[in-house]
Design a protein around this ligand. Structure first.
Ligand SMILES: [Ca+2]
Ligand SMILES: [Ca+2]
Ligand SMILES: [Ca+2]
Ligand SMILES: [Ca+2]
Length: 407
């Protein structure tokens, strides 16, 4: 007759044809022949719970009984090693004294997007002197709820569209992601109407998020547009405060209109007229002309050039400034009036202006006496009075010059 409990231990040695051997210890627990492990009502349980099931909600009731005189069993939810086996802990077990069953309850919020399936191993043990155990598996399948927002990949997007581009030109594709399944994660895009009215000039493909122009733009009229885009998922939200509305997110799209050289330079005046003394120095700035170009940057960078009327190369222009200066000495006696033709060019378009330069005569000629020799006599008694008057003059209109006198 065996006692209710004893152990037999043996070392078992395996030896191969050579001299190597390996051993293992065998331990056998001998129990009362009447001792039997508990019996589960079912070998496995399967339940389906939505991911937003609240903490401490029972998800399944399980039961095992002992066929021995004392039918009570103890339950234990085995520690897992991975999320699917309850590591970290998502479920806990509570025994129900009244009927000897146990409940599995939610310990921490579930998340379909993280772990969809659990396989929980539950041990039931009898209360014999040498307790025996039996195991059951509880399969928990988590179902999706619409708890994820379709977030845009950026809160502000930037894009450029060329002025003059035809209606229907693609601008940019926005994108958002929603981790939920099916309709809970099905995204549609829209443009929000705002007071600026910028949305009227664009459209968005509700399925792809691609934005297209609905107008032909002119950068010189308006250089940028601001759109507000919205992404919406396809089912009522499971998030608090949404009151049955789908989840949504918004983002901004700044659309810049990029410049095309579609404006010609325009001179501020058609005709410039200036007077310049004929004795003005070489390098003297006569006048600065200027033209305006409504375009941007290189499309508005102007170069000035004298294309006609510059007899003798007397003038030159600073090409990037428009300042006309004297390059060769002027001479009233040679040319009294210049009519320069000025060109302003942006590399594609041009405009012309006329610059009239009037040369002002200066007394730059040596005086020429009217007679080569003068004769006269001086009387001592007339000391202090003019003796006689010499007439002299240049070839120009210099007749107002003071008369030289002998003394
Ligand atoms: Ca969603
Ligand atoms: Ca979800
Ligand atoms: Ca231009
Ligand atoms: Ca332009």
């Amino acid at each position: 007759m065996l006692r209710s409990r004893s152990y037999i231990t043996r070392e078992i040695v395996a030896t191969d044809g050579g001299n190597r051997s390996s051993s293992v210890e065998l331990a056998v627990t001998i129990t009362n022949v009447k001792n039997q492990p508990p019996q589960w009502e079912k070998e496995s349980y399967e339940v389906v719970v939505p991911e937003n099931t609240m903490r401490d909600t029972p998800v399944v009731t399980i039961k095992a009984t002992s066929p021995l005189g004392d039918p009570r069993v103890t339950y234990n939810l085995e520690d897992g090693l991975v999320p699917e086996t309850n590591m970290p802990v998502r479920f806990y077990l509570t025994p129900n004294r009244e009927d000897g069953s146990a409940s599995i309850l939610v310990a921490e919020p579930l998340d379909f997007e993280t772990t969809r399936h659990f396989a929980l191993r539950v041990r039931a043990q009898n209360v014999a002197a040498v307790p025996l155990a039996a195991f059951a598996t509880v399969y928990v399948n988590v179902t999706d709820v619409n708890d994820n927002v379709p977030f845009f990949t950026s809160s502000i997007y930037e894009a450029a569209v060329t002025e003059g581009a035809p209606v229907g030109t693609p601008v940019l594709q926005v994108s958002s992601t929603d981790l939920d399944l099916g309709l809970n994660g099905k995204i549609s895009y829209s443009l929000l109407k705002d007071r600026s009215g910028d949305h009227r000039f664009f459209r968005i493909d509700p399925e792809t998020g691609a934005i297209y122009t609905e107008a032909v733009f002119d950068r010189e009229t308006k250089g940028s547009y601001l759109l507000e885009v919205k992404s919406t998922d396809g089912w009522e939200s499971a998030r608090p405060g949404r009151h049955g509305q789908p989840n949504s997110d918004t983002a901004y799209v700044r659309v810049f209109v990029s410049d095309v050289n579609d404006n010609k330079p325009v001179f501020a005046q058609n005709v410039y007229e200036v007077n310049v003394d004929e004795d003005a120095d070489v390098g003297f700035a006569v006048v600065t002309v200027s033209a305006n170009d409504d375009d941007e940057a290189a499309n508005a960078k102007l170069r000035y050039q004298i294309t006609a009327g510059n007899t003798g190369g007397v003038f030159d222009v600073e090409p990037e400034v428009g300042t006309i200066f004297i390059a060769q000495p002027l001479d009233y006696e040679q040319v009294r009036r210049y009519k320069l033709r000025l060109l302003a060019s942006d590399g594609k378009w041009e405009d012309y202006a006329v610059v009239v330069v009037n040369v002002v005569d200066k007394n730059d000629e040596a005086p020429v006496f009217s007679v080569n020799e003068y004769y006269g006599s001086v009387t001592e008694e007339l000391d202090g009075s003019p003796v006689f008057v010499l007439q002299a003059g240049g070839p120009g209109p210099n007749q107002t010059k003071p008369n030289p006198s002998l003394d």
